[in-house]
Design a protein around this ligand. Structure first.
Ligand code: ADP
Ligand code: ASP
Ligand code: MG
Length: 401
């Protein structure tokens, strides 16, 4: 079997942890598998490097940021390879470029355009374990690019797809995908299986256990993902194609996204095209607008509310200030969060949203915004209610049963 392993920051967070990962990789190799191992930077390393850059500049050049941040993963790849060689396992560490990963030019959130797997294949054919620095590639100019936070998951899936690997195993500090973050709700249950679509929703809505783009790509390339723990030998959760009888499961999980801020613009001139202008400008600045609500117009103006990631709020402010002739006032609240209920069963059942609203109301949690899709209901509530809201929803849908 050809298997791709990916080890996240906590799994390689110290020299002892890297040694333990090396033992795990050595064992899988000795069992007769071909292996490519994708690694993240040691935990805290990427944030530390960002802090270094911010010491010199409020808005460091993105190209240089990629140069800086890609180094964290290279350190881990080289150390893991050295550790493996020390155990008598033949291995080679590669950067994203050496592994053949080409991306577009969008520094700090690049997309993978193609992977030429020949270099990796030739090392595998020589019996080596290939260790690849995750989270990075190169663009057409030969400059290093990075794939967005949590991007090593994406590297792993893309490599698994390019090599037609039998599985892509993502190792972290949890032994699978739970009905909600087990750090928030200890009663959360581990799932044996979850569909790509549900996992994609959970990941996009804040469950950072897998990066959402990696799940999207796994679905597209039909890569079998398995979420496992690097701290235990527990079975893990398979992420794959939904089967026919799965619609019986009404709600499969609850996600929490703390990285949300609410923007309210008051007395917006109520004329055709104004929303288009504001949201086009925000999109051009690459600001990720999520939920949007607009009130019915009274006396020729309306109120417009939407959410953006917290770290994009200053840029959003700058965009909206340019519309000062068309708006009354604006305010920002970054003490909000988004809780979401996800389940493919919602497609064929009604009442899921009403149940959620009722449960939160009983706890006196005010819902500030709502958005729904076929398989999810999301609600913005005050940040102070984050844990209570997650546990209340987890309980009302009996996810601990
Ligand atoms: P890594 O650093 O290895 O990439 P992450 O920290 O990104 O790992 O992801 C693992 C974390 O995801 C867990 O520690 C857990 O707190 C969190 N998490 C959030 N939602 C879930 C969920 N539904 N199931 C399992 N873990 C979850
Ligand atoms: N080191 C990068 C990050 O912290 C990528 C990753 O860990 O997947 O976002
Ligand atoms: Mg991660």
């Amino acid at each position: 079997m050809l298997i791709v392993h990916k080890y996240g920051g906590t799994s390689v967070g110290s020299l002892e942890r890297i040694e333990s990962v090396a033992s795990r990789v050595a064992k899988a190799k000795k069992e007769g598998n071909d292996l490519v191992v994708v690694v993240s930077a040691m935990s805290g390393e990427t944030n530390k490097l960002i802090g270094f850059a911010e010491h010199f500049s409020d808005s460091p050049a993105k190209r240089e940021m990629d140069m800086l941040l890609s180094s964290g993963e290279r350190v881990t790849a080289a150390l893991l390879s050295i550790a493996l060689q020390g155990m008598g396992i033949d291995s080679i560490a590669m950067t994203g470029r050496q592994a053949g990963i080409k991306t577009d030019n969008a520094h700090t959130y690049a997309r993978i355009d193609s992977i030429n797997p020949e270099a990796m294949q030739s090392e595998i054919a020589q019996g080596k374990v290939v260790i690849v620095a995750g989270f990075q590639g190169i663009n057409e100019n030969g400059a290093v690019t990075t794939l967005g936070r949590g991007g090593s998951d994406l590297s792993a899936v893309a490599i698994a797809g390019a090599l037609k690997a039998d599985a892509c195993e993502i190792y972290s500090d949890v032994d699978g995908i739970y009905t909600t973050d087990p750090r928030i709700e200890p009663k959360a249950k581990k799932m044996d299986f979850i569909s790509y679509d549900e996992m994609l929703e959970l990941a996009s809505l804040g469950a950072k256990v897998l990066q959402n783009r990696s799940v999207e790509l796994a679905k597209k390339l039909k890569v079998k993902m398995v979420a496992k723990s690097s701290f235990s030998d527990a079975e893990g959760t398979v992420i794959g194609e939904e089967s026919k009888d799965m619609e019986a499961v009404l709600v499969s999980g609850i996600a929490l996204d703390r990285n949300q801020a609410r923007v309210t613009i008051r007395e917006v001139a109520d004329r055709p095209g104004i929303a288009a202008e504001i949201f086009t400008e925000l999109a051009e600045e690459q600001i990720n607008v999520d939920m949007i609500i607009q009130n019915a117009s009274t006396d020729g103006t309306t109120n417009l509310g939407f959410t953006v990631p917290q770290n994009e709020i200053n840029r959003a402010k700058a965009v909206i200030e340019a519309f000062d002739h068309d708006i009354g006032s604006m305010d920002f609240d970054d003490s909000v969060c988004k809780v979401s209920v996800v389940g493919v069963g919602m497609k064929s059942h009604s009442g899921v949203a009403a149940t959620a609203f009722t449960a939160l109301a009983k706890e006196n949690i005010n819902i500030e915004m709502i958005s729904t899709s076929e398989i999810k209901v999301s609600m913005v509530v005050a940040e102070k209610y984050a844990e209570l809201a997650v546990r209340t929803l987890h309980n009302i849908y009996e996810l601990d049963a």
